[in-house]
Design a protein. Sequence first.
Length: 148
Amino acid sequence: MLTVEDILHAIEDGGYRATGSRRRLLETLAARGEGFTAEELVGEVRGVGRATVYRTIRLLLRQGLLCKLTLQDGAPRYSLSRVGHHHHVVCVRCGAVRDFRQSVIERILKDLEVGEGSAVVGHRIEVYVVCPGCREAGVATSPTAATG
Ligand SMILES: [Zn+2]
Ligand SMILES: [Zn+2]
Ligand SMILES: [Zn+2]
């Protein structure tokens, strides 16, 4: 489980400065698990300019310290990545997010043929589901219930 301190160290290890603004931004992110849109962060973190917020988001994404969640409607949401590299399973009905990792996917993507001269340096995967709670609420949409 990564703490704000761990993430500040990782920022410094990456050759960037762990400024007071960045610390405040991280502490804000840490306080709300379900994350923020970039604009919500700008409004929430007092005294930190919009440009700094966006720059820090990009930096954290590049270092794998931030989760970016692209929902089907609305702006992407960001939350601290607390477990290292992972992916998300998102319920399309209620928006519930679960983390997952699967080594077989990592191996496939690492060895993916992406064209001559290119090297894979990262990836992002989101899997969209209807969660058990939402399936119960609407049984007709369950794929296993469909008989054709
Ligand atoms: Zn995540
Ligand atoms: Zn759901
Ligand atoms: Zn992966």
